[in-house]
Design a protein around this ligand. Structure first.
Ligand code: GTP
Length: 314
C-alpha cells in the first residue's frame, strides 16, 4: 500500500489515468481488505480479494506501461504467495502470465520488444513463481506440523494440556450460554512408577498408549480425552449429571482393570470427577476433580470418587 500510493499520485499528476486509477483502486482495495480482516478476524477472503485485484492491476499496468510495468509483476508473484495459499497463488500468478503473454503476442511492441524478450520474461517469471511456490508450500507444511506439535501429545496422539484448556473453556461457555451440562474425570494409573522401574520406560510408554485405547473404546464418541501430563489423563463428558458421570467413570475403570496389562499383570486406574455445576472457571473445576482423585487413591486405588456422591465406587 505504501509502495503503490506515491505511484498513484504520480501517475494521476502525469495524466496517465488508467494506471493512476488502477493504482488508486489497489490502495483503496488494500485499505478495505485490511479493515475487513481487522474487524472480522477473517484473513482468507481479504487475501483472495487482494490476490485478484493485484493480479488484475498488474496486468493493466503492464499493458499501459509496457516493459516498465513488467518489473512490477515480480513483486506480484511474491505478494500473491504472501496473501493466499500456494495453489491459489500459483493460479493467480499463472493467469496473469498467460494474459500478459497473449496480449503481448497479439499486439507486438506494446509490451515486449521481441519474442526473445518475451521468452526471457516467461522463463524468469516462471522460475520466480516456482521458487515462491516451493518456499510457500514448505512454510505451510511446517506451520501445520507446528500446530500439531503444539496441540497433540506425541506419545498417544491425543490432545495435550493446551488443547484441554481450550476445550474446557468452550464447555464452560456452552454451559453458561446454552445450559449444557458437562462432567470431568481425572484418571491416574495406579503404581505406574513400578511398571517403569521394573520393565523400563518403553514398556511404560506402551502401557500409556494402550491405556488411551481402552479409555476411547470404553467412552462415547462425544467424550474427549486429553493427556494432562505423565500418567494423568482427563476425560470430558458432555450431557451428564452426577450419576451419569459416575456410570461413565466406573465403565472406564472396569474396562481398564479387565483389559490393560503390563508384563507384571493387570494395571488399574483411579478416577476422580465432578460435574461442571457452578464452577466458573476450569482451574476450580479441575482442582475439585483432582481432590476426588486423591480421595480415590487414599481409598485404596482402582476406584472412583465423584464429588457429591457419598462413597468411593469400586
Ligand atoms: N513410560 C513413561 N513414564 C512416564 C511418562 N510420564 C511420566 N511417567 C512416569 O510415571 C510415573 C508416575 O509415578 P507416580 O507419580 O509416583 O505415580 P504412581 O507410581 O502411578 O503411583 P500412584 O499414582 O500413587 O498410584 C513416574 O515414574 C514417571 O516417570 C511417560 O511419558 N512415559
Amino acid at each position: 500500500m505504501f509502495g503503490v500510493t506515491p505511484y498513484a499520485v504520480y501517475r494521476l499528476h502525469q495524466g496517465n489515468w488508467i494506471v493512476g486509477f488502477t493504482d488508486t483502486f489497489l490502495v483503496l482495495g488494500t485499505s478495505f481488505a485490511v479493515f475487513y480482516a481487522w474487524r472480522t478476524g477473517n484473513t482468507v477472503r481479504p487475501g483472495q480479494f487482494l490476490a485478484i485485484i493485484y493480479s488484475l492491476g498488474g496486468f493493466l499496468v503492464t499493458i499501459k506501461l509496457g516493459i516498465n510495468g513488467l518489473f512490477w509483476l515480480y513483486c506480484l508473484v511474491l505478494f500473491n504467495f504472501f496473501v493466499v495459499p500456494p495453489l491459489q497463488s500459483l493460479i493467480a500468478t499463472l493467469t496473469t502470465l498467460v494474459a500478459v503473454c497473449v496480449y503481448g503476442w497479439m499486439r507486438p511492441q506494446d509490451i515486449f520488444e521481441s519474442h526473445y524478450q518475451m521468452m526471457s520474461f516467461v522463463v524468469t517469471y516462471l522460475m520466480a513463481s516456482l521458487f515462491a511456490f516451493v518456499f510457500a508450500y514448505r512454510g505451510r507444511v511446517q506451520r501445520v506440523q507446528l500446530a500439531l506439535l503444539a496441540t497433540l501429545d506425541p506419545l498417544t496422539g491425543i490432545g495435550n494440556r493446551r488443547t484441554m484448556d481450550e476445550e474446557l473453556d468452550i464447555a464452560i461457555a456452552d454451559s453458561q450460554r446454552y445450559g449444557m451440562s458437562f462432567g470431568l474425570l481425572v484418571l491416574d494409573l495406579d503404581h505406574f512408577k513400578s511398571v517403569n522401574d521394573r520393565y523400563g520406560h518403553s514398556v511404560g510408554d506402551q502401557v500409556l498408549v494402550d491405556f488411551v485405547r481402552v479409555i476411547k473404546s470404553a467412552s462415547r464418541a462425544s467424550d474427549r480425552v486429553f493427556r494432562l501430563g505423565g500418567e494423568e489423563f482427563v476425560l470430558l463428558v458432555p450431557k451428564v449429571d452426577k450419576a451419569g458421570l459416575a456410570g461413565a467413570a466406573q465403565h472406564v475403570q472396569r474396562s481398564v482393570a479387565n483389559q490393560l496389562r503390563s508384563p507384571g499383570g493387570p494395571v488399574t486406574v483411579s478416577i476422580g470427577g465432578c460435574v461442571l455445576g457452578d464452577h466458573e472457571n476450569r482451574d476450580d473445576w479441575l482442582r475439585d476433580a483432582d481432590i476426588c482423585l486423591y480421595q480415590a487413591k487414599d481409598a485404596g486405588r482402582n476406584c472412583t470418587v465423584i464429588k457429591g456422591l457419598d462413597k468411593p465406587l469400586a
